[in-house]
Design a binder for this molecule. Structure first.
Ligand code: 5GP
Ligand code: ZN
Length: 115
């Protein structure tokens, strides 16, 4: 999508502090971190949220996205120290960028339940 912020980041049109990238996914640092380590993992293909991925693409797309997340967890040492993965979907859940993304948060203690 030409007017989507994360599509522009995926296409290299807007700079980002990248942690990992392959042909399907990109992991980069959030511009407004809510924890000492706050990453965003996105598929390069535009879908607003998980439930909008066509059923025949869900396994491959999310599999590749989670593979990128696991690589980023190892690169940032969150695998050793603990972390939280979050997907906000829709305005009610606080989603502000309508391109599917997994928040990866770590480096501090995280309260539960979330607000
Ligand atoms: P959401 O609120 O949709 O779950 O998460 C969107 C996230 O994108 C927010 O945490 C916000 O800080 C981050 N964000 C917004 N604009 C940019 C940007 O231009 N670059 C980066 N790296 N992160 C952004
Ligand atoms: Zn997009």
């Amino acid at each position: 999508m030409s007017d989507c912020l994360f599509c522009k980041i995926a296409a290299g049109q807007i700079p980002a502090d990248k942690i990992f990238e392959d042909d399907c996914a990109l992991v980069f640092r959030d511009i407004s971190p809510q924890a000492p380590t706050h990453l965003l993992a996105i598929p390069k293909k535009h879908y607003p949220s998980v439930h909008e991925i066509p059923p025949d693409e869900v396994g491959t797309l999310l599999g590749k996205l989670m593979t990128a997340v696991t690589t980023a967890l190892r690169k940032t040492d969150l695998d050793k120290n603990g972390y939280r993965l979050v997907v906000n979907s829709g305005e009610i859940a606080g989603q502000t960028v309508p391109h599917l993304h997994i928040h990866v948060l770590g480096g501090r203690s995280l309260a539960w339940p979330p607000g």
